[in-house]
Design a protein around this ligand. Sequence first.
Ligand code: IVH
Length: 687
Amino acid sequence: MADVAALDQYAARLRSEELRSQLNYHNYRYYQLDQPEIADAEYDELMNELRAIETRFPELITPDSPTQRTGAAPLAAFETVEHRLPLFSLSNCFSEEELRAWHRRAAERIEREDFAITSEPKIDGLAIALVYEGGRFVQGATRGDGRHGENVTANLRTLKTIPLVLQGHPPERLEVRGEVFMPKSGFEAMNNEIAETNQAREREGKKPLPLYSNPRNAAAGSVRQKDPSVTAGRPLAIFVYQLGWVDGARPESHHETLAWLHGMGFNVNPEARRHDSADDALQRIAWWGKERERLDYDIDGVVLKVDDTRDWDRMGVAGREPRWATAFKFPPQQRTTKLLRIEVNVGRTGVLTPYAVLDPVFVGGARVGMATLHNEQDIRRKDIREGDTVVVQRAGEVIPQVVAPVLSLRTGAEVEWEMPARCPSCDAEVARDPEEVAVYCPNTACPVQRVRLLEHFASRGAMDIEGLGEKMAYTLFREGLVGDAAGIYDLTVDQIAALERMATKSAENLIAGIEKSKARPLTNVIFALGIRHVGYETARVLATHFRNLEAILDAPAEALQEVEGIGPVVAKSIADWAASPGNREVVARLKAHGVDFGGGMPEPAGDQLAGLTIVVTGRLEQLSRQEAEDRIREHGGKVGSSISKSTNFLVVGAEAGTKLAKAEQLGVRTIDEDTFLRLLKDGPAAL
Ligand code: IVH
């Protein structure tokens, strides 16, 4: 009997291998070449047969089996992957002149005038790196910070345009880079589907699922799903645009690389072109400017690369941007639509900000229903009225803006807008600072202000309390559980667990997060208080100078103003805040709860660098750029952002760019990282 079973399994293995190879081949014909050889029904038959075998003999399932595209078991969290070579970003050009300048610099570097360049649409999606070993897809990671990304292999396996097995004779190991994106059509269909599901959910009393605001976010969100079967259901695609690294020889030009990758089964953008001159490339860019809307994906520019890859090493990298490539960016997209009405938003400091409610339009790759109007003066200056047809603009991830009204379309029914005299949240009479443009609600008990302040207090860069976002802040306030920042530390697991849609486990997690936040650095604590004009950078300056929260709050405005980087407006704002008994009471309660007010600050490092201005450039080995600059400040030195005659030292790391040249030109002393560390320890006399 046992022998029969073994034989059975042997036959199944042979057949499953055959099926897998056939299915992978047909996937390639279908998705990459767009030339299927068999009908869909035949394909399904092969797939079903393979599924049946794998159900019977699960031990025969391989990670690259086409059946696995439907998604593996959910992931707990993404592990970090170190990229063997960093993923770079691109320099930008915004005009013909800038592009020509890039082309000229390239010519100088390679000492040739006539060199070919390639152009490809720049898709606004997310960059990923795919590793293949023995022709099989073994790892897919997000770009992350360029050096470390997230391992999203299981999710990427579900993309039909990512080959699981390479065609032909692929090198033993290689890494390919590309952009994962969501086609516009798929994006709309998906959002419509979510909206429909939400109607059903609403009837069942369930929370609605969020809609995605644009295809880019939808792609990023879909790739980072914990459950690969969710990713599998999302309309994602990829175009690969670069060979990261390879064991063995690589083609000598970019256009050949793309063709080579295509031959292995990768999806390569068919719109890539090769140009003999900057003029030729500019023509293609101009054409894209007109035609890009016709594509089924959003592009925000055109990527240009020196075609001869042998030149790439000679040209090198400036910072994180290779000199052999650049991105020509299109100007922001504009659309006209109806401005239905103007409403105001109350911020955490009480400032009232008007915004436009629009008849929704699709602009710059996203549906826009609201746009910022900055302030009253701006509305007046642009003469924007309720009921106007307006030009709306959106660029990249920035908040959409109302550019101007279309005066020729005025009917006379438009209404001039005025800032409300009372706060839309608490009905308090609004106040105007004579020196400032802002109008604000002076009522510190104003409910919207309170909620916004709680949200800010818990946000990243502030107390960074995971699980305490906008919704939770609102719920806690509405339920009367938390009235101010210090109240967060009075919360109990039972109180939170009793809230709608909260379980004991999530309540415990939130409490743990709150507890952890007590040890945040002083800078974060100062920033978290939400004092007007005190952003993170100002908070850092205050923390470094005073090293203790109470010392800051006890300091008179004059003393605050003496701190470098603190002006009279900021100083007054801090002193006013500290003078309020209500604020002092919150601070006292935070202290009683054990929030660190600076006790954990490291001892002053000394003033070895007093009077010195130091600039850092390139990549250091032992310190990050931020750490190096913090060290300079901690030791009493000044950090310069550019080289001038008054710069004392330039710390030079790997791949240093123009600053090094400038320093040499001006005779500024350059030092390496080790010397810098010695300088920190012993001061300039020791060098
Ligand atoms: S090349 C030099 N080619 O743009 C190597 N990037 O701003 C950099 N992108 O992170 C990548 N389309 O995600 C390259 N055809 C293309 C691209 C492209 C989109 C993205 C990519 C990168 C970002 C850089």
